[in-house]
Design a protein around this ligand. Structure first.
Ligand code: GPW
Length: 815
């Protein structure tokens, strides 16, 4: 007997169809006959939302009236992915929806396809935030996600006829968006600029301009918890809609200028991943959402109180700083407590310090935000004063702890010229965590070493995780059914460690064959999807070998493409016969920051390698490269379940964690990877014999830097590497034009900061191991199944439990 615990609403498909009809008629004003799939999508979404409403109200009431501390997850990015299917799953309405849509005469696929995914994030950091709020709701923990409702999310990526990346704006709000509810009556005023004056011995900030922060609320339904939390994304509006005086002078454009300027704040998501730009507008965005969120939390938790006792604030809510982007919240809460509510410095500091915690997501020094003091002073003069005072207090504290002058200087939050946000966050909050064991260790040993020496107790680790609802249950229904069959229960969806129960089945050939059949069917599905969406002809009988993530030098897409080229060169030169190779389809997905030159060159190269190889009859059916443009959550949900081999090949010590690696392992892909980020823990859990490890370790990387790395030596020493690079240089992939990849090749041979060339030998060597195993499908699938069975740890539910226990010290609401 299989135990089914998935939520199921009591309403029937007929009733749900009626609700859709009603919604179409009375709210949208279209008849069923007139309706397009997009109308049905909006109507069905509104209907699901209505079903969640009572749980939403109850969760909010219990949160405010109860005594469970809430979590405020402050994040500049929430990469949510499509909402409808997820909401249906959690509301227990999936079957009713499928039947109702058919009854109304529509295709389920068409209706679901009408949703445009909100791309309000760049990559891993934003998607992690989305997984975390899903898990908090599923655990029944009261929580707010606080962020920005960007009008334009991450750009839409296209490729031009030369294979270059083109960025076009993501018009995600041009059609009706049924999930976000704009709440004009719970707005907040956010001010900027001006000066600080003294009045009666008190500092008073006289800002120069203000914008209206209006919340747009998204429901975050938990899976089988009966709880619905809130994602509150702020949108910027102007207070002066337009200036009538100017308008009457017929200077129309000038008349709307203040409005345009105010609304600019939430207009666009900065598309840089891990490399902040330091633009004034970006700081405005950060302050905008953080200030609005802090005031919102006071409004929510002290309803109707003019003189709330904010010494209890940290008992009501704990704010998690998702990287440094919201760190201006620390001086902001200080300012609010002192200037708006009259608390003294020490009281304000105690509350602020208890309220905030900081998650660091990087090891790249250039990713740590540093703001010029001048900019902060111009935009937020009072905050700069507070930061200076924090610095004074900090330096004095360090001195009493016996820290020497030079180290105190090294640790400065405020250097005079600039403000180091990671240091402010570390000192200003209670805890600092990294996002994988190795990363947290390196934070303590390297990036934040001085801080860890002085404040060892602040530092902890919480390894990232991913939500099994979206990335297994929704993305991979076939595997989900097989898991449920194997375990005899579907409880794993909310208790992913139960996957461990699949391990004995890896010895059962019949079960392994079923598992292999699931993968094969997913590959066929993906091939069809790729044909429909991209026009690709993918052969589902080849190994699907995937590398999807942002394009960044440290992630080393270059290593992968060079290995592909080397293989191609081997075949072309007759060194190996095409008949002897394991047929592979290599799939890349990656966006590059628009200003990141080498990343964009790499994209162009991959596209042109694909063009040349896919059109070469000598390798036809043996080696194919595809680069579906605009990698996003939707594409991830199709591609991950169809992948045989996943690439996690960053230089050791550079990827903080990775979360794609977890999604692939959970969906039964094997991983080829370095000892970096969460790869280390994945390998530990699934077993070294079930993971393709290669490449230098952190210590070896450091030693090579110390010794003086010369990439040219590796080029000279390895004829296959040399052949591959020479092919790029000689115009094989640029119609004979040697200038196209000149800069890329020059960088590889003279700098190669992330040691792609040094790891090339190890990377290509492991390929024969990979292919030998793939030639034995039963053994490959056995290992892939063992990966699934041992990846339950990488649920974001577990990450949330760790945060609750180690950092937030709170838990679920009582029923
Ligand atoms: F640089 N990450 C990201 F740390 O996606 F801020 N964007 C970013 O701007 C940063 C980190 C930042 C990623 C990490 O690169 C990845 O290793 C990690 O898995 C992910 O954040 C979630 O923690």
């Amino acid at each position: 007997m299989t135990e089914i615990t998935a939520p199921k609403s009591a309403i029937t498909a007929e009733q749900f169809a009626d609700e859709i009809r009603e919604q179409l008629k009375y709210t949208q004003g279209v008849t069923v006959e007139q309706a397009k799939p997009a109308d049905v999508y909006v109507a069905a979404s509104a209907a699901v939302r209505r079903h969640l409403m009572d749980s939403w109200f109850k969760t909010q009431a219990d949160m405010v009236n109860g005594n469970t501390k809430a979590v405020g997850y402050l994040s500049a990015e929430f990469l949510m992915g499509k909402q409808l299917r997820n909401a249906l799953l959690n509301a227990g309405l999936t079957e009713q929806f499928n039947a109702a849509v058919k009854e109304l005469g529509f295709s389920v696929q068409d209706v679901v396809n009408a949703e445009h995914e909100p791309g309000l994030g760049n990559g891993g950091l934003g998607r992690l935030a989305a997984c975390f709020i899903d898990s908090l709701a599923s655990l029944g923990v009261p929580a707010f996600g606080y962020g920005i409702q960007y009008k334009y999310g991450i750009f839409e990526q296209k490729f031009d006829e030369n294979g270059k990346q083109i960025e076009t704006p993501d018009y995600w709000l041009t059609n009706e968006e049924p999930w976000g509810h704009i709440d004009y009556n719970r707005d907040q005023k956010v001010s900027f600029g001006g000066e600080v004056v003294e009045e009666n011995g008190k500092k008073v900030w006289k800002p120069a301009w203000s914008v209206r922060a209006v919340p747009v609320d998204y429901m975050v339904p938990g899976y089988a918890s009966g709880r619905v939390n809130t994602l509150r994304l702020w949108t910027a509006k102007s207070y002066d809609e337009f200036d009538l005086l100017t308008f009457n002078k017929s200077e129309y454009l000038d008349a709307v200028k203040p409005q345009v300027e105010a609304e600019n704040i939430s207009k666009i998501l900065y598309p840089e991943d891990s490399t902040p730009q330091g633009k004034a507008l970006r700081l405005e965005q950060q302050y905008f959402f953080v200030s609005a969120s802090i005031h919102d939390a006071i409004r929510v938790f002290y309803p109707g109180q003019d003189k709330p006792d904010l010494t209890t604030f940290a008992d009501k809510i704990t704010f998690q700083l998702n990287d440094t982007h919201p760190v201006i919240g620390i001086p902001e809460l200080m300012r609010v407590l002192m200037d708006e509510y009259g608390y003294d410095w020490d009281t304000a500091w105690t509350v602020t310090n208890k309220t905030f915690n900081y998650t660091c997501h990087t090891l790249l020094p250039e990713a740590l935000e540093v703001w010029p003091s001048k900019l902060i002073g111009e935009l937020l003069p009072r905050h700069l004063e507070i930061i200076e005072k924090i610095q004074d207090q900090f330096a004095a504290e360090l001195k009493t702890k016996g820290v020497d002058e030079a180290t105190i200087k090294d640790m400065a939050i405020y250097t005079g010229d600039s403000v180091r946000m990671a240091y402010l966050a570390t000192y200003g909050g209670s805890h600092v965590n990294g996002v994988a064991e190795l990363h947290s260790q390196l934070l303590k040993d390297v990036t934040l070493k001085n801080f860890s020496d002085v404040y060892p107790d602040k530092f902890t680790n919480v390894t990232n995780g991913v939500t099994p609802r979206r990335f297994v249950k929704l993305a991979n229904p076939r595997l989900s059914d097989l898991i449920t069959e194997g375990l005899g229960t579907d409880k794993w969806v909310s208790d992913l460690e139960l996957l461990k129960g699949l391990e004995p089945l890896a010895a059962d050939d019949e079960f392994v064959k079923k598992f292999a059949a699931v993968k094969q069917a997913n590959k066929v599905d993906f091939a069809n999807y790729a044909k429909r969406e991209y026009g690709f002809d993918i052969d589902p009988n080849t190994m699907i070998n995937t590398m999807v993530k942002r394009l960044h030098e440290y992630k080393r897409q270059a290593l992968k493409i060079l290995a592909v080229i080397a293989r191609y060169a081997d075949i072309k030169s007759g060194k190996i016969s095409a008949d002897d190779i394991m047929p592979r389809t290599i799939v890349f997905g990656a966006k590059a920051a628009p200003g990141y030159y080498l990343a964009k060159q790499t994209i162009q190269l991959i596209n042109n390698v694909a063009r040349v190889i896919n059109n070469d009859p000598d390798v036809k059916g043996k080696l194919n490269v595809y680069f579906p443009w605009n990698y996003n959550v939707r594409l991830a949900q199709h591609l991950i379940p169809a992948t045989d081999l996943d690439e996690q090949i960053s230089q050791a010590g550079k990827e903080a964690s990775g979360t794609g690696n977890m999604k692939f392992a959970l969906n039964g892909a094997m991983t080829v990877g370095t000892l970096d980020g969460a790869n280390v823990e994945i390998r530990e859990r699934v077993g070294a014999e079930n993971f393709f490890l290669f490449g230098m370790t952190v210590d070896e990387v450091d030693a090579l830097y110390a010794e003086g790395y010369e990439p040219k030596k590796y080029y000279e020493a390895d004829p296959r590497l040399k052949a591959a690079i020479d092919m790029v240089a000689d115009g094989t992939f640029s119609n004979g034009d040697k200038t196209v990849y000149e800069d890329l090749v020059h960088d590889w041979l003279t700098k190669d900061w992330f040691m792609t060339l040094a790891d090339f030998g190890a990377y290509t060597a492991i390929q024969s191991e990979i292919e030998a195993l793939y030639a034995q499908p039963l053994e490959w699938n056995r290992k892939a199944l063992i990966n699934v069975a041992n990846s339950g740890y990488f649920s974001s539910d577990r990450s949330m439990e760790d945060y609750l226990e180690r950092i937030w010290k709170t838990g679920p609401l009582a029923d």
